[in-house]
Structures are given as C-alpha cells and as structure tokens.
Design a protein around this ligand. Structure first.
Ligand code: SF4
Length: 366
C-alpha cells in the first residue's frame, strides 16, 4: 500500500531510518534462512571458542520469531564507522569500530527513535525489539538477506559503496513487510583477506575460526592468549582490522566524506582522547577504577581491565622496548596468574629483542 508520496510501507520505514541518521536500511524476512545450517555447523565445529552464548541461544539466533513473539519482519540498518574523513590513527591500536563512542549506545538510541516513528507512521502500536550486538540476533545474516550487502570471504558484511566498516542494528517488527533483494557475492577470485590475516584465522573462505581471530583473543575470550598467536598480535590492544583494511571494497572507495547532519559518524569515527594520547605504558599502569571511567560509553569496556592489561602485556613483549620492562615486571610479580604468565612472556621477548639488537651491533662492529 502506498501513501500520498507514492511510497509503500517498506520504503516509508526505510526513509524514517535514513532521516534518523542511518546510512543503510532494508527489510529481511524472519523465517530461518539458508544460512541456518552454516551457523549450526560453525558452532558445532567449535569455531565459536569460549563464546558459549552462541550455542546457548542458537535456536533464537536462527529464528528471530523466538526472540520477539509475533515478529514478522526485521528492519536492518547500517551506520558507517569509516566516514571517509582523514584522521590520524590513534596511538593505541584499537579496532576502528571501537575508537569513538560506544556503537551499541549510538545505534540503539537511533533504532528506538525509528521504532517510535514507525508507530506514528502506522497509526497504531507496533511491537518492536531493537538489537545491536545485544542479544541472540544474527545481524550480519539478516543484513545480507535485506540486501544491505554480501557476506565476504572475511565473514564481514560488505556494502558495494560503503565497504565493510559499517555497524549493524536490527529492529524486529510485528509488521508484514516485503523483504529486500540480496546482493550477489562480489568477492570473485580475490583472497586478500585470507592471505593477510596475521593469525591465519580463516579455516576456509567465509569460515572464521574465532579461536584464532585477534578480535576474539583480545576482546571476547577472557582467558590467556595462545602463546603461538602472541607474536602475530603485534601492537594491537583491542581487536584487529587487517581483513577489512586489505579488502578492495574498503580500499578503493574514493568517495567524499559522508554527510553527517546528526553528528553520528563523528561520534563513532573520531577516536577518543584516551586512544589518541594513551600509550602502552599508560595501559600497563592504569588502575581498574581509572579504566572504568575512561571506557565509559566506549565499546572497549567489553574487554575489561584484565583483558586490556593482558593485551598490553603481549603488545609490550612484541614492542621489545626495555623502557616498558619495569611496568611489565610489576605484573610478573602480581597475584593474577594469567597476567603474571603474560608478563613473563613479555619480559622474555624484550630480552630476546635486546639480545638480537646487541648481536647485530657486534656484527656491525666486527
Ligand atoms: Fe572478498 Fe577480497 Fe574483500 Fe576478502 S578481501 S572479503 S575475498 S573482496
């Protein structure tokens, strides 16, 4: 049914989402899709690692009608966290999506505004439930079914114009809406992400073994980082962008900066002062209380103090910087066995780097 402007309900709802700041919007069906079996197999193979919540609520994840009784459609929205503006990278290496304000808060606030506006547009109360990585909803799969892009070999949703640095949200609705048309897969013969992954985390194209992924080891998993993967973590203290940075759909976008009338891109993309001015030394010394304050309204808080210090210890070992050794030693003597073990590993790396530098100096003197 179309309104006076000639828009049908799906278009009107997407127009509402655009007016409230989203870059992408589309409608997905809520019935279990063709990706259901893939997700089941992924979990069954253990690729979710310690993310037990994946398996625990798998049935809801594959069938949103179990999440919102009476759900008939899903509005899927996207907001770019790479707005095309040139900004110097922050001093502390934090994944792009987490550099600014917490995307959960930014997107959820907007999605709730969309839900309220939909009720006005429909002239009746509408049952709706919003999710932004906040519950058992498969945002990426729904986004692909809504036509917002395709899921690439790096397992990210890729939009032909915006690339993959796009944050997703879902609004389940008790409205019957016609779904969008899925975008074909444009990866072709490319395998740049598979080859560039520092930890070789792809079991196959499109299949990420989260247990090897730096986003998992530095954020999702509270346990020790596997020793064989630590060197490949480099200086990353929260997440990793490599498989997206090398993707041609992100690199070749010579597009002007996105318009930002509501300031949402700026909130997501502008790195916080803590990441711009923070150093590994600061992260190794920061107290839990101070970090709680610094990470308020930041997605980085997900890793918690212990996880971030663990990550900083690995980064310090990889830096091989003797100046960091006193701060690392404090953790080696501390009463947290996991942090102490990572600190001992870091001290050994620093000593190794020093021995290597001395060896090279001696050879030069010879
Ligand atoms: Fe697809 Fe290549 Fe991008 Fe990987 S890097 S997601 S293979 S286009």
């Amino acid at each position: 049914m179309t309104d006076a402007s000639g828009e049908n309900l799906e278009q009107r709802i997407c127009s509402i989402a655009f007016a409230l700041g989203f870059d992408l919007a589309g409608v997905a069906p809520v019935e279990p899709g063709p990706d259901t079996e893939r997700l089941r197999e992924w979990v069954a193979r253990g690729y979710a690692g310690s993310m037990g919540w994946m398996a625990a609520r798998l049935e809801e994840r594959v069938d949103p009608r179990r999440v919102l009784e009476g759900a008939r459609s899903a509005l899927v929205v996207g907001l770019a966290c790479d707005d095309g503006c040139e900004r110097p990278p922050p001093a502390l290496r934090v994944a792009r999506y987490a550099r600014g304000d917490d995307y959960h808060e930014v997107l959820l606030d907007r999605l709730r505004a969309v839900a309220a506006a939909i009720e006005v547009a429909c002239g009746r109360s509408v049952r709706a439930k919003a999710y932004v990585d906040t519950g058992p909803v498969a945002e990426r799969a729904l986004a692909a079914r809504a036509g917002l892009g395709w899921i690439g070999k790096n397992a990210c949703l890729i939009h032909p114009r915006l690339g993959s640095h796009v944050l997703l949200g879902v609004l389940l609705l008790d409205l019957d809406l016609a779904p969008g048309t899925p975008e074909p897969d444009h990866c072709g013969t490319c395998r740049a992400c598979l080859d560039a992954c520092p930890t070789d985390a792809f079991a196959a194209p499109y299949v990420l073994d989260a247990r090897r992924c730096i986003a998992y080891t530095t954020i999702e998993d509270p346990g020790p980082i596997p020793p064989e993967l630590r060197a490949a973590h480099g200086d990353r203290v929260f997440g990793c962008d490599v498989c997206q940075d090398v993707c041609p759909w992100n690199r070749r976008r010579a597009r002007p900066a996105l318009s930002d009338p509501l300031g949402l891109h700026e909130r997501l993309a502008a790195p916080r002062e803590a990441w711009c001015e923070g150093t590994l030394g600061w992260l190794l010394a920061v107290s839990e209380d101070e970090l709680t304050v610094v990470t308020r309204h930041s997605a980085v808080r997900r890793a918690r103090w212990r996880g971030l210090v663990r990550n900083a210890l690995v980064a310090a070992g990889n830096a091989g910087d003797r100046a960091l050794a006193p701060l690392v030693e404090r953790h080696a003597r501390g009463d947290d066995p996991m942090l102490a073990e990572h600190a001992r590993w870091a001290l050994a790396r620093i000593a190794q780097a020093e021995a290597g530098a001395e060896g090279r100096g001696t050879r030069r003197a010879d």
